[in-house]
Ligand binder design. Structure first.
Ligand code: WT7
Length: 658
């Protein structure tokens, strides 16, 4: 078990500022005022099953209603809405078209080179049906896993919805991952097909996706993959293997738009999404149909307080859970217009985000603290050149937001009138768990505030006791919720052990441990302190230190490696690797760049170490565990505090200090 996070904070900086929702916001909100929120909390606490059951019947379309709201007879394996039949693509498309929203925009897309596509609900519905029929023609059916390795183009959302339509779970692999990482994920899930593109545009460069797919599949290394469907995006030359590779523009346009949605059981898998944990191997987080759909739908509706004409934009990539829940499923299930942008702010276009907000009159904007910190650094003169008056609500996600960045976001981007929702959640939780509701909950800069109705969160010690106000502890969730992950793909034991048996049961009940440390203040507000396991958060991307270590050790020069995250002004954390070399290998600058490149090839550029330090030996306990705490202190130039008595060889520390 990790060190108790309470030992990590001795003094706590108290943030005194409180921002109450303005009366104009309260008046127009769905959930009005603290009392309304508290009523919902109370209703969900007294009778969670009727609370969630009513919500599921009201918010989703059912081919057949469920007979049981929650089956928790075999914890931690939950069944939600058992007996019910539904289809997520129906909830995102058909029902809106049937209700007369066919001509409303579903997606506004902008490519990095600047082209714009606007797609109505009817057009999206028809295209999804064509793609679904195309997948069927490739032999894909209910239960077959389909991997997506895509740039941020509308076809990515279409492919996800088409999979959902025919009951084929998807596994989206972020386009920035390497071919090695893609191969591992294809094999772990035994994907039957891959949907990709020739390439994508990012930071004024072309990312060659099809080439990476080809290398992942080389020498029959992914025997389950039978076909590859390729969107033409960059028009660069790509190799084509006949009988395996198909162009989207040749296969899809001729398909029929008649594709009845598969009637899915509530607990049928909707998708698998890989995320990093404390071991070297990423885990496939499994989400299922109805519970996930309800959670993405309801949280989106509550937190962003959507109105009929809203244009909403989340800057994430569909390769992450944020893209799944808050670019695709949450907004579309609510019939909202969702913006997709292929690019990122870059030296050739530092105002890219603000330009998009001005051009498409975006009302709700959801991004990551690392982006806000980068904007702060380059100064307000850039956003000040744009008309951002359409904005009504701002959100952040992915990592703790420091109060200065929060205030800057509010003043410079939100003109002091937009509420800020700091949303805490994880791949595993399916959707947001702790967040302000804009018309109900006063905000404090840097706090994700209070749990959503129905979520019982707490901060506890290692033996399950609630800690005092303002003391650090483990962040836990006490009851199952509809959007919770159901298992780790192919490894239920790992699901049980890493999340539900990490801490001891409280009052005989299993509790969910999120991997984060937190404190609660005297008002019960949650302040997330970051991961307490061997996971680091670089620019809102979650990286397992052991994954990076495995990548380093796979290089022939490296004997041993230890990776830590140290604080970084913009990225939140940066990656520092301590490496000991095989005898006879020389440490030099060339090797440093080779090792950095090697990690990019093994995992992807997001995992590339910022710094590599060579050492003869790593500090270990007598039982052989690397003492990362010491390395973290050394790397960030702090004094090594705390107990070093378990250190096997104290000379190692002296050597490292040098
Ligand atoms: C980890 C989950 C949730 C989608 C994006 C990341 C950190 C996330 C916050 C926040 C403080 C946050 C946590 C969490 N995190 N949101 N608002 N405040 N920390 O999803 O890759 O599964 O990472 O991100 O450490 O455990 P993910």
């Amino acid at each position: 078990m990790c060190p108790d996070p309470s030992s990590q904070i001795e003094t706590v900086l108290q943030e005194e500022r409180v921002f109450k929702p303005s009366s104009s916001i309260v008046d127009t909100s769905n959930i009005k005022g603290l009392e309304h929120y508290q009523q919902m909390v109370e209703a969900a606490r007294l009778n969670p099953e009727s609370f969630w059951g009513e919500a599921a019947l009201k918010e989703l379309h059912w081919f057949k209603p469920f007979h049981t709201v929650l089956d928790w007879s075999n914890p931690p394996f939950a069944k939600w809405f058992d007996g019910g039949k539904t289809n997520v693509s129906y909830n995102c498309l058909d029902r809106h078209v049937k209700q007369g929203l066919g001509n409303k925009l579903a997606i506004i897309w902008e490519g990095e080179p600047g082209e714009v596509r606007k797609i109505t609900y009817k057009e999206l519905f028809e295209e999804v049906c064509r793609v679904a029929n195309g997948l069927k023609e490739l032999g894909i059916g209910k239960g077959d896993l389909v991997a997506l390795y895509m740039p941020m183009v509308p076809e990515a959302a279409m492919a996800m919805l088409a999979c959902a339509r025919i009951g084929a779970p998807h596994s989206v692999v972020f386009g920035g991952f390497s071919s090695e990482a893609l191969r591992d994920r294809l094999n772990d899930g035994e994907a039957k097909a891959v949907i990709t593109a020739d390439g994508g545009f990012r930071k004024d460069k072309i990312i060659s996706l099809k080439n990476a797919v080809d290398s992942a599949l080389e020498n029959h290394s992914c025997p389950s993959v039978k076909s590859v469907l390729v969107v033409r995006r960059t028009c660069e030359e790509v190799a084509f293997l006949s009988g395996r590779d198909y162009w989207w523009h040749e296969l899809i346009p001729n398909q029929s738009i008649d594709c009845p949605p598969e009637q899915m059981d509530s607990e049928d898998r909707l998708f698998v999404l890989y995320t990093s944990g404390s071991t070297g191997k990423p885990k496939g987080v499994v989400h299922t149909t109805s519970g996930y759909n309800l959670w993405a739908h309801l949280t989106f509706k509550w937190i962003f307080d959507v109105k009929e004409d809203d244009v909403y934009w989340c800057t994430a990539d569909v390769g992450w859970i944020t893209g799944h829940s808050y670019i695709v499923y949450g907004p579309l299930s609510n019939g909202t217009t969702t913006v997709m942008y292929e690019g990122v702010p870059r030296p050739s276009n530092p105002g890219a985000f603000w330009d998009l907000i001005q051009k498409h009159k975006i009302n709700i904007f959801y991004t990551a603290p690392t982006a806000i910190r980068a904007f702060m650094k380059s100064g307000r003169s850039i956003p000040d050149q744009y008309d951002l008056s359409s904005l009504r609500l701002l959100g952040t996600v992915g990592e703790p937001i420091n109060p200065e960045a929060w205030i800057w976001y509010r003043e410079v981007i939100g003109a002091e009138k937009c509420p800020i929702v700091d949303t805490w959640w994880q791949t595993e939780t399916g959707g947001v768990m702790i967040s302000p509701l804009p018309g109900a909950i006063p905000t404090k800069p840097g706090s994700a505030t209070l749990p959503l109705p129905g979520i019982e969160a707490d901060v506890v010690t290692g033996d399950g006791k609630t800690v005092q106000a303002n003391k650090g502890g483990y962040l836990i969730i006490k009851r199952p919720w509809p959007g919770m992950m159901r298992t780790v793909h192919g490894n239920p034991q790992r699901f049980r052990e890493s999340y539900w048996e990490y801490l001891n049961p409280i009052n005989g009940e299993l509790v969910y441990f999120a991997g984060d440390g937190a404190r609660r203040d005297e008002d019960g507000y949650f302040w997330i302190m970051g991961r307490v396991d061997d996971v680091i958060n670089v620019s809102g991307h979650r990286l397992g230190t052991m994954e990076i270590e495995s990548a380093l050790v796979s290089h022939s020069s490296v004997a041993e490696a230890a990776v830590v995250g140290i604080p970084d002004d913009v990225k939140g954390e940066s990656v520092v690797a301590f490496v000991s070399l095989e005898t006879g290998r020389n440490s030099n600058d060339e090797l440093i760049s080779m090792l950095k490149k090697h990690v990019s090839q093994e995992i992807g550029a997001i995992a590339r170490p910022d710094e590599i330090r060579f050492t003869n030996a790593l500090p270990k306990t007598r039982s052989g565990k690397i003492m990362r705490r010491l390395l973290r202190a050394l790397a960030s130039g702090e004094e090594v505090k705390g107990d070093t008595s378990t250190l096997e060889d104290r000379n190692v520390l002296d050597e490292l200090r040098k």
